[in-house]
Design a protein around this ligand. Structure first.
Ligand code: PXL
Length: 245
């Protein structure tokens, strides 16, 4: 069985984070491994508090897994601290981890910070260790310095983020008005992935970014090329929103 590792935060309500990532891995028939960077206290309404795991302990969790398992893909989500971002960059390099999907989590949907003030810089550095980086519009603006109001500006930001060193940039367009379009850039060409705007219960759905990035990591673990993994993960996300809605 192929394996995928999520390095992310725990969400007791199961909508985001480790819990939802493991469900995604399982849906794609991949064995899920998980390294916890932080605990959160939250429900579907809001994140109320976080407790961040120290980088030395994050490292111990990864070491134990690498000793036993071959890891076919990695999804990186909420890191909790810039020190944890640096620790993740080190383990990716040290163990030569491949198929890394970096979900650039800065804050919760409701605006609770999920990394510290140096987080943007730390994630910029981590970007060059990633196969696919998956910012939403506010995250892409923070990482690129480009203000995004149109799909063309998404493409401009994607070029800036590509310069940080990932193999692919996927900017998720859900925050723009109108039909959502995600933009994928590989340094040569842009692919646009139009999607349906699926209505969940108003304001109570969180974790879409987690589900998408975990789905992409599962696809890569299964040997899918990036474009196919993105398309399949988008299909999975729409299905989960409809079912959980
Ligand atoms: O959706 C971002 C996110 C990631 N990881 C965890 C979260 C959230 C948002 O609430 O709680 C653990």
């Amino acid at each position: 069985m192929k394996t995928a590792l999520t390095i992310a935060g725990a969400d007791p309500s199961g909508g985001a984070g480790i819990q939802t990532d493991l469900k995604a891995f399982s849906s794609f028939g991949v064995l899920g491994l998980s390294v916890i960077t932080s605990l959160t206290a939250q429900n579907n309404g809001a994140v109320r508090a976080k407790l961040v795991i120290p980088p030395s302990f994050l490292r111990k969790q990864v070491d134990a897994l690498v000793e036993e398992f071959r890891i076919d893909a990695v999804k990186v989500g909420m890191l909790g601290s810039s020190a944890n971002a640096t620790a993740v960059a080190r383990v990716i390099e040290r163990y030569g981890l491949k198929n890394v999907v970096l979900d650039t989590v800065l804050s919760s949907t409701g605006g609770f910070p999920l990394i510290d003030g140096k987080g943007v810089e730390a994630i910029r550095k981590l970007a060059r260790r990633s196969t696919v980086i998956t910012p939403n519009i506010p995250e892409a603006e923070a990482l690129s310095g480009v203000e995004i109001k149109t799909v063309e500006e998404m493409e401009k930001a994607a070029k800036e983020i590509f310069a940080l060193g990932p193999e692919y940039v996927l900017i998720k367009g859900g925050h723009l008005k109108g039909s959502p379009v995600d933009v994928l850039y590989d340094g040569r060409r842009f692919d646009r992935f139009p999607g349906a705007r699926v209505r969940g219960r108003a304001g109570r759905f969180h974790g879409t970014g987690c589900i998408l990035s975990a789905g992409i990591a599962a696809g890569l673990a299964n040997g899918r090329p990036v474009r196919k993994a993105v398309a399949e993960a988008k299909g999975y996300l729409e299905k989960v929103i409809r079912e959980r809605g």
